[in-house]
Design a protein around this ligand. Structure first.
Ligand code: BV8
Length: 239
């Protein structure tokens, strides 16, 4: 089972260790808005001004409303052919496989992906700001929603905001330094450290491919490119 990469080294021996990075573009065909759609605005707020600890400090109700709306939208969307192709490939593939997503939706899980790390957190989980205890959440958080650990309104979205350290970074860098194929799908390459992953993988000797609707701002860091809608091109690439 191999990804149909053009790299010569895979002609006789398929890739043994694959790391996949996904961004908002892989969920676009499910109807989940990407960050750079609509000029990256939500209710006329720049995302970088809402998805920050400072915004939460300044106006927790606005930030909770932003995430409540996106959490509620998850009940109206389904995994698309790209999510499904990735999950089915993972199940057939006999090598090491890690899917790292920048996305906070639950579409990869719902498609069946298992070796999955949400480096920017998850919409369907919230966190106590005092104890760091995580809780599953599929409804709204309001100013009176209390955590069970303190019985107080200490809950925040379990989301990595701008200026906060992404999750699972040690595991991710270890996998990048070991992989022989790095596949980036549906990301504009604007946000770090995720946008730097391709260079870590390439420096470790991996073949790298960008699969995206259009060239990203880090396209030159990839050895191979495949452009089109993920739902159209990924099933053929991963067959
Ligand atoms: C950190 C959760 C340090 C929130 C998100 C200056 C230079 C370099 C870096 C910085 C800088 N200033 C600040 C920074 C750091 C900052 C950063 O990178 N800022 C950017 C804006 C410059 N990064 C951080 O703050 C990170 N933390 O650096 O911490 C640190 C060190 C020590 C101690 C403490 C801290 C944290 C970043 C995480 C922010 N949170 N998400 C939420 O979801 O609400 S990031 C957010 O952007 C989403 O996760 C999103 O996934 C991510 C990246 O966007 P994309 O996924 O790429 O989405 P986008 O819309 O941009 O692109 C979609 C692409 O899909 C497009 O290319 C489009 O063509 C394509 N597409 C569309 N449709 C399809 C498609 N492709 C295929 N098929 C389709 N159908």
């Amino acid at each position: 089972m191999t990804a149909n990469s053009t790299d010569r080294r895979f002609v006789n021996r398929p890739p043994q260790r694959i790391v996949v990075l996904t961004g908002a573009g892989i969920s676009a065909e499910s109807g989940v808005r990407t960050f750079r759609d609509n000029d990256g605005l939500w209710e006329n707020h720049r995302l970088e001004d809402v998805a920050t600890p400072e915004a939460f400090e300044r106006d927790a109700e606005l930030v909770q409303r932003f995430y409540n709306a996106r959490r509620a939208q998850l009940n109206e969307v389904q995994p698309n052919l790209a999510h499904i192709a990735l999950a089915e490939f993972e199940q057939r593939y006999t090598g090491d496989f890690l899917l790292v997503t920048q996305n906070v939706d639950d579409l990869h899980e719902r498609a069946g992906s298992q070796h999955l790390l949400h480096m920017h957190g998850e919409l369907k989980r919230v966190r106590c700001t005092r104890t760091e205890q995580l809780y599953d959440m599929d409804t709204d958080i309001t100013a009176t929603t209390c955590c069970a650990c303190c019985n107080a309104p200490n809950l925040r979205p379990h989301i990595v905001w701008f200026g906060e350290m992404p999750l699972f970074m040690d595991d991710i860098f270890h996998a990048l330094e070991q992989c022989d194929l790095f596949i980036s799908i549906g990301t504009s390459g604007h946000v770090y450290p995720a946008a730097g992953f391709v260079e870590v993988a390439a420096n470790a000797g991996a073949h790298t491919i960008e699969i995206n609707l259009e060239p990203s701002c880090i396209k030159d860091n990839f050895a191979e490119h495949l452009y089109g809608k993920a739902g159209d091109v990924l099933p053929g690439y991963l067959q």
